[in-house]
Design a protein around this ligand. Sequence first.
Ligand code: TXA
Ligand code: MG
Length: 335
Amino acid sequence: MSPESPPSPAAPETLPPSEAAFARAAALLRGGGLVAFPTETVYGLGADATSDAAVAGIFAAKDRPQFNPLIVHFTDAEAAEAEVVFDDRARQVAAALWPGPLTLVLPRRADSRLSLLCSAGLASQAVRVPAHPIAQRLLREAGLPLAAPSANASGRISPTEAAHVVASLGARVPLILDGGPCAVGLESTVLDLSGPQAVILRPGAVTSQDLTPSAGSVLEVVAAAEAGDSGGLKGPGMMASHYAPGHPVRLEATEVAANEALLAFGPEVPVGAAETLNLSPSGELREAAAHLFAYLHRLDSLPVRAIAVMPVPTSGLGAAINDRLRRAAAPRASR
Ligand code: TXA
Ligand code: MG
C-alpha cells in the first residue's frame, strides 16, 4: 500500500552531519554524484549544477519530466549573481529575505556556467540561498552551486524527514545528510522577477505581504489545481496533481467515515475516523505547515479508503498550505 515507488534493494546511507559526513558528501558531489540534504523547507536532492551529467542524474533519480526546471542553491546572493541577472528590485528582495525559504526566478546570464538542463530550455533560472546550517555548510564544502529539487520521486509528496527520502528514492540516492525534521515543512515561495511584474508562481512561507516592501506590487498566480492542469504554465512544476499521495484526498471535511483517515486542524475534531492526525490542535498555521507532509505520508501508509482533510484558514501561511492540499486532492493526470 506504500504510496511511493518501491525503493531499490540497497538502502542509501543516512548520516548525521559530522565532519566526515560533509567531506564524503562534498566528494560525492564534486564527482558528479547525488546527495540529499535538509533545507529549512524540505529535503533537496543535490547535484553539481554546472555539470550536465550530474544534473541529468537528478532527473533520472526522480523520474522527472525534462521540461520541469530546477532550483539552483548558493551560499549567498553574490554567488547567485554570477549566474543570473539581478536588477535593483531583485537585490532588495534578496537583501531582505535571503537566506530563507524564497526562490527567485531571474534571467539567466549569457556567461552562466550552469547546465542548461537546470533551466530546461527557459531563458530564466530559479535561484535560492537556503538558511539551513547543513545546506549552507554543504554548499561551502562542495564549493559548487547545487541544483536541488525536492528529494522525492516526481509527482509525490515532498520529504520533510530523512526517512521520507529513503522511502521515496531508496538507493537511487547514495547519501542522505540527516538534519531531522524540516522547520518550515513546505517548499520555498517561488517569486518570478524576470519581468516587470513580480509574480508568485508557488506560494510558501514567504507571503506577498512579506515581499511587497522590497518587491513592490506582487501578483499571485491562480493555483493550477483551480485553473486546470498545464505543463505549459510559467511555473512548469505547478501541475495540479504535483503533490499526490496514493489515496484519494477529500477536502473541507467536517465529518469523517470509519474507513477514512482524518487530517485534522484546530481544537474541534469530528470523531469516527480510522486514524486522526492533527496538524495543529491549537490552530497555528506555522505548526500545521511543519507537520503537513509528514502527516500526509503517515496517513497515506494506512489501509484506508481516503484521506479526509478538515478546512484550514486561507490567511497568511494558510494560502500555501491550501495550495498543497488542493494539489494533493486534484485528479491524477497520469498514475
Ligand atoms: O523549498 C524548495 O524550493 C525545495 C528545496 C530543496 O530548495 N526545492 C523544490 O524544488 O521544491 P522543486 O524542483 O521540487 O520545485 C521547484 C519549483 C517547480 O515548481 C519549478 O517548476 C519551479 O520551481 N521553477 C524552477 N525553475 C523555474 C523557472 N526558471 N521558471 C519558473 N519556475 C521555475
Ligand atoms: Mg518538488
